[in-house]
Design a protein around this ligand. Structure first.
Ligand code: NAI
Ligand SMILES: CCCCC/C=C\C=C\C(=O)C/C=C\C/C=C\CCCC(=O)O
Length: 265
């Protein structure tokens, strides 16, 4: 089991939803938390709540757009300056702009390129081969990265990309030298602002009945159940390359077979 006490975690999109829940799960185990988010109001409000609950000095917030390399790099620089080290990176920030909307490319920029930038920064700041202490990277994909979703091809492409990218980084024969684990969490529908925005009040959407059927047959995860699955993934130290799906109907399932390699942490 990974001892999380005083470990330092960077969580993207940590101001609300799943990112905030992952952060709180880590905080409750004694970790220090650096959240970044494009939304300053939500980020500062979350930090205020945490300062009152967990005291000063264990949390920080920095505004950041994960699709912008410089903006994202600044988060790592400031986190290291404040906490001295980085042990855990959770690439969680995500959006759901689709083909029928303007700027659908942004979905690839945030959901896939943002994850690639975050993983690259994690290796630079954490790997033993770069003078770090090693650690763990958890990339948040989706069950939409494991199965086609007819009404969200762009979102699906971004999440298939995250699964393939993470598994490939984890499969590198030199991964043991890094002292790092690379993991993928694939939640099904989960009750957050993103889900509500994507699935409520869009009566003009074609095949709405089929979408409702798919949601109904899959079920909607609570945020808490996904946070519990996330903690199982983080704390198990022998799971480099694991891809964990979590859904209301099927619970936790490991996909794509056994993790590719034991990592030396
Ligand atoms: N809610 C759901 O049904 C599911 C969500 N996911 C994934 O979980 C992750 C978190 O999603 P939720 O918590 O549901 O969404 P959410 O919308 O509640 O939270 C996402 C956070 O990311 C931030 N963000 C968006 N773009 C950003 C950017 N460019 N840079 C930095 N921060 C940015 C937002 O401001 C927000 O605070 C996403 O990657 C999403 O695709 C996966 C499966 C199911
Ligand atoms: C689906 C994209 C809409 C925009 C983003 C909002 C919510 C995100 C939801 C998800 O990431 C989950 C998406 C799809 C899951 C679809 C089917 C899962 C089937 C699972 C199974 O068969 O077990």
């Amino acid at each position: 089991m990974m001892d999380l006490h005083n470990k330092v975690a960077v969580i993207t999109g940590g101001a609300r939803g799943l990112g905030r829940a992952f952060s709180e799960a880590l905080l409750s185990k004694g970790a220090k938390i650096s959240i970044c988010d494009i939304n300053v109001a939500d980020g500062e409000a979350t930090l205020q709540v945490w300062r009152e609950k967990y005291g000063e000095g264990r949390t920080m917030f920095k505004q950041c757009d994960v699709s912008n390399k410089q903006s994202f790099t600044d988060v790592f620089v400031e986190t290291k300056r404040k906490f001295g080290t980085i042990d855990i990176v959770v690439n969680n920030a995500g959006i759901g702009k689709e083909l029928f909307e303007q700027d659908w490319e942004k979905t690839i920029h945030v959901n896939l390129i943002g994850v690639i930038i975050g993983t690259d920064l994690a290796v630079q700041y954490m790997s033993k081969s770069s003078g770090g202490y090693g650690g763990v990277v958890i990339n948040i994909a989706s069950t939409a990265g494991l199965t086609p979703v007819f009404y969200s091809p762009v979102y699906c492409a971004s999440k298939y990309g995250v699964v393939g990218f993470t598994r490939s980084v984890a499969a590198n024969p030199n991964v043991c030298d890094l002292g790092m684990r690379f993991l993928c969490l694939c939640p099904a529908y989960t009750d957050t602002g993103l889900f509500q925005a994507g699935h409520s009040g869009r009566k003009e959407v074609p095949n709405l009945d089929k979408i409702s059927q798919l949601v109904k047959s899959t079920g909607i995860n609570s945020v808490e159940s996904v946070a519990n699955a996330f903690m199982e993934l983080v704390e198990n130290e022998n799971n480099n390359g694991a891809v964990m799906a979590v859904s209301l109907k099927k619970g936790i399932e490991y996909k794509h077979g056994r993790p590719v390699q034991k990592s030396r942490i």
